[in-house]
Design a protein around this ligand. Structure first.
Ligand code: HEM
Length: 222
């Protein structure tokens, strides 16, 4: 599916609070990322724990790099921005829906969580998908198809399921976010029961928000 941006890109970043002091603005976050990048560049040779900074530094140092350092910094910024609020909102929404529908917790879960186990957790996967579908974390997309297309949507999206968008610009963190949510809910459900204390009201303004938070009390299982 081909798509084009309707031009809202960047506006929400500015709304992050640049200059307001409430939330670190884009310039401050980029400055911080640049400082980390510069520190990392000073490290000689390869070190044991390699993360995304190291991958980008290696790329920028290539003879024919696919990106400039500034693009790499923008890339790091979008990963930070795209991954922070979205997954935590998704987890909170899932917790709220499970609290309201406790029959979904009767599924038979054992305490193992290996990669194989994760891939076989069909019910947990359905819970995550349904929570994301109902929660509408990013309720609008500033894209439209430039022409009709009858091909299957890429990356697991369909016309009935697009919390991660679809097509060429499908969320790059979709699988990672679902894995995080699965590990969280699996550990929670196998080790604890809980009751809601306060909050849980969900509003869209424009993305999903919990104005009073969602407070729960945990009870360890024997
Ligand atoms: C439940 C969690 C998440 C939801 C609901 C979500 C949703 C979305 C949506 C709707 C888009 C827009 C697609 C479009 O522009 O058409 C998007 C893009 C993006 N997301 Fe996520 N996301 C989540 C988690 C993450 C995580 C964990 C990461 C990073 C590790 C991430 C990184 C990104 C990036 C970099 C883009 C821009 C992709 C591009 O423009 O090519 N997201 N996401």
């Amino acid at each position: 599916m081909e798509s084009r941006s309707l031009g809202a890109e960047g506006q929400s970043w500015r709304r992050l609070g640049e200059g307001s002091g409430a939330v670190p603005g884009r310039k401050n976050v980029k400055k911080m990322l640049k400082e980390i990048l510069d520190e990392r560049k000073k490290i000689e040779g390869r070190h044991e724990s390699i993360d995304f900074f190291d991958v980008l530094i290696e790329e920028v140092k290539e003879d024919n790099p696919s990106m400039t350092e500034n693009t790499a910094l923008n890339f790091l910024f979008s990963l930070l921005f795209g991954s922070f609020d979205s997954t935590s909102s998704g987890i909170t929404a899932m917790l709220k829906f499970l609290t309201d529908n406790p029959e979904a917790l009767k599924a038979d879960l054992n305490s193992k969580i290996t990669w194989e186990e994760y891939k076989s957790m069909k019910f947990t996967s359905h819970v995550i998908h349904e929570a994301l579908r109902l929660a509408s974390i990013t309720p609008m997309m500033f894209r439209e198809a430039v022409e009709d297309d009858i091909a299957e949507p890429a990356g697991g999206a369909s016309k009935d399921f697009m919390p991660f968008g679809g097509g060429l610009r499908l969320c790059v963190g979709a699988h990672f976010a679902k894995l995080q949510m699965a590990v969280f809910v699996h550990c929670l459900v196998t080790k604890y029961s809980w009751k809601a204390i306060r909050g849980g009201r969900m509003v869209l303004s424009p993305g999903l928000r919990f104005p009073e938070g969602f407070h729960i009390q945990l009870f360890p299982k024997d």
